[in-house]
Design a binder for this molecule. Structure first.
Ligand code: FES
Length: 111
């Protein structure tokens, strides 16, 4: 189902916005002029990804600095400061990504 999310101008380049739809917090971000939509909850331990930062097609969670790919949703990198952590603690699902599009100055996502 397609939802109208906000106006394009509300998400300028290199910015993020959290939108609540059907009880889910969706993070809409534009990074290097590309739009992405994903669940705002980090798949590692649930931190708010809106407090992190994007770098091109990557997003870095502020809580433990895990780095995820905004295109595939996959975990790309765990900082070496966590090398000694229990492997179970380091496990993470992928990002939950949603389709996003832009038409006539409006942003839409598919849920
Ligand atoms: S909660 Fe996001 S990296 Fe751990």
């Amino acid at each position: 189902m397609e939802y109208k999310v906000c106006k394009s101008e509300e998400v300028p380049d290199n910015s993020m916005k959290v939108i609540s739809i059907q009880g889910s917090n969706i993070l809409v971000c534009r990074s290097n002029n590309q739009l992405f939509a994903l669940d705002n909850s980090c798949p590692h331990r649930g931190a708010s990804l809106s407090k992190g930062e994007t770098k091109g097609t990557k997003i870095i969670c502020y809580m433990h600095d895990f780095e995820y790919d905004l295109i595939s949703g996959k975990l790309l990198h765990i900082p070496s400061k966590w090398n000694d952590q229990n492997p179970n603690w380091k496990k993470s699902d992928n990002l939950l990504l949603f389709q996003i599009s832009e038409k006539n100055g409006q942003i839409y996502i598919q849920l």
